[in-house]
Ligand binder design. Structure first.
Ligand SMILES: Cc1cc2nc3c(=O)[nH]c(=O)nc-3n(C[C@H](O)[C@H](O)[C@H](O)COP(=O)(O)OP(=O)(O)OC[C@H]3O[C@@H](n4cnc5c(N)ncnc54)[C@H](O)[C@@H]3O)c2cc1C
Length: 465
């Protein structure tokens, strides 16, 4: 039987953060005939195996931390049973399932046609979708958006398949007793923090001496110091030689680190070594769309690929920010431009705030100190630093105190703020407001003109000397 043919104005491949945002705006706001194709669960990485279940798990780990700290405030909190990972996991899954349903009904409300299946290009203007029942559907579209995101990478180490990746983290039915996490990016650091605070013996293997290497050196140093102080095992200058199955869910990781050769028996190995764009079976060779060396789809500032009427955004591109709000904003701006008559609509990729849900939290926006020095010259850069103990910790013994660290990076005579790097309680919430100020071009003087809110940690940012 010949495949069914469909026609539309806008075909969106990928029902994740960026694809859904763009499709809904194109159809719901501008009336473009829009089809979205998704091969897995609606909502993409963020909803299913990223931000949302991650933050819920981080909340659980933060509660564990608070229960531990409650004693210092005079509470007697006896935990009669260990953390019930399985019940927690099922409850979290149920919430995500509800979200999947909400995303589908939102598409319906905005009159976006949703097709569940796997898409690949037949030509620059047509796509074939393999539906769940194996039948094929062809769609011709005037404009096509590639919003297929990425997937976790697994290294070429013998026995690597015995490990899981960040997607597998959310499938764990039971809490591991001892985990090895390999990776130095924010996903590795966040997952290590969550495991540790929920009571799993946690080993983090990093290739160099520090993690979070794209962050300001202050953040790299202080979070590492803090993780080591909290008792997390960080294996520096490490590499992994092999993984062997010991049975009953246990495996042995052979590694080298700064201390020499070692072996570790673990019941969970998590690879968090990076992510690759999901372009392998997309048929881009049929379109002429070019890829860069790492397989990302290069785009200009308007999300145009090198082929007319084919656009790309989100994690499949390499714009330096693999974040949900970035994909969403790029998707909306693109539809404003293509269907809303706003010919210059585009996302500004500078001063994008981002956070790491580590323990403690990290927030960062703008340039790191080294990047500012390189861009503006040492003589034009002035940094303001502060380290202090949040009032919350005054009730703790010395070994329970976690320092807060802030850095403001300013340039020029007027001391324009070009970077803000914060680590400590509440940093993720604090950063959003300061992000607005920095985006508006705030100077150090503007920060100082704002009256402090007392007693808070954030007040230190408007009283820096
Ligand atoms: C563990 C983890 C934690 C994260 N935490 C945060 C966070 O706290 N804050 C934050 O802002 N970001 C976070 N992110 C990043 C965020 O999830 C991504 O940046 C965001 O989801 C990217 O959106 P996207 O639309 O580009 O891709 P995705 O959301 O990945 O969506 C792409 C969709 O395309 C579908 N697809 C792929 N190929 C095809 C095909 N051929 N046919 C049909 N469908 C296809 C996929 O199934 C997927 O659903 C996290 C990511 C991970 C992995």
């Amino acid at each position: 039987m010949a495949p069914i043919q469909k026609e539309c104005d806008y075909l969106v491949i990928g029902g994740g953060s960026g694809g859904l945002a763009s499709a809904r705006r194109a159809s719901g706001m501008y009336g473009a005939k829009t089809i979205t194709i998704e091969s897995q669960r609606l909502g993409g990485t963020c909803v299913n195996v990223g931000c949302v279940p991650k933050k819920i798990t981080w909340n659980a780990a933060t509660i564990a931390e608070t229960i531990h700290e409650a004693k210092s405030y005079g509470f007697t909190v006896e935990q009669t049973k260990p953390f019930d990972w399985t019940t927690f996991k099922h409850k979290r899954d149920a919430y995500i399932k509800r979200l999947n349903g909400i995303y589908e009904s939102n598409l319906h409300k905005d009159k976006v046609e949703y097709i569940h299946g796997r898409a690949h290009f037949l030509s620059p203007k047509s796509v074939e979708v393999k539906l769940d029942d194996g039948t094929l559907q062809n769609i011709n579209a005037k404009k096509i958006l590639i919003a297929v995101g990425g997937h976790p990478s697994i290294p070429d180490v013998p026995g690597a398949e015995l490990g899981i990746d960040s997607d597998g983290f959310f499938e764990l039915e039971r809490q591991p007793k001892r985990v090895a996490i390999v990776g130095a990016g924010y996903i590795a650091v966040e997952m290590a923090g969550m495991f540790h605070h929920l009571g799993t013996e946690t080993h983090l293997f990093i290739r160099q001496d520090k993690f979070l290497r794209s962050f300001d050196p202050m953040i790299q140093d202080k979070v590492l110091e803090e993780y080591e102080r909290q008792g997390l095992h960080v294996h520096k200058r490490s590499s992994q030689q092999s993984v062997t199955d010991l049975g009953n869910g246990w495996k042995k990781l052979a590694y080298t680190d700064a201390g020499g050769k070692g072996e570790l028996e673990i019941d969970c190995l998590l690879w968090a070594i990076g992510r690759a764009p999901e372009v392998e079976d997309l048929g881009l060779d049929k379109t002429g769309v070019k890829l860069d060396k790492k397989g990302h789809v290069p785009v200009d500032e308007y999300q145009n690929t090198n082929v007319d009427n084919i656009y790309a955004l989100g994690d499949v591109c390499d714009r330096g920010f693999e974040l949900t709000p970035v994909a969403i904003a790029a998707g909306r701006r693109l539809s404003d431009r293509l269907f809303g008559g706003q010919s210059s609509a585009k996302l500004e990729y500078d001063d994008i705030p981002s956070v790491v849900f580590a323990h403690p939290e990290v927030g960062t926006i703008g340039l790191t100190e080294p990047a500012a020095r390189e861009k503006f010259g040492d003589e034009n850069v002035k940094c303001y630093n502060t380290t202090f103990m949040d009032l919350y910790f005054t009730m703790m013994d010395a070994d329970g105190k976690s320092p807060t660290n802030y850095k403001l990076v300013c340039v020029g005579k007027e001391e324009k703020v070009v970077g803000l790097h914060i680590m400590g309680l509440g940093s993720s919430e604090i950063l959003q407001g300061f992000g607005v100020a920095i985006k508006m071009g705030a100077t150090k003087k503007d920060f100082d003109r704002c009256v402090a809110i007392h007693p808070t940690s954030a007040e230190e940012l408007v009283t820096l000397k």
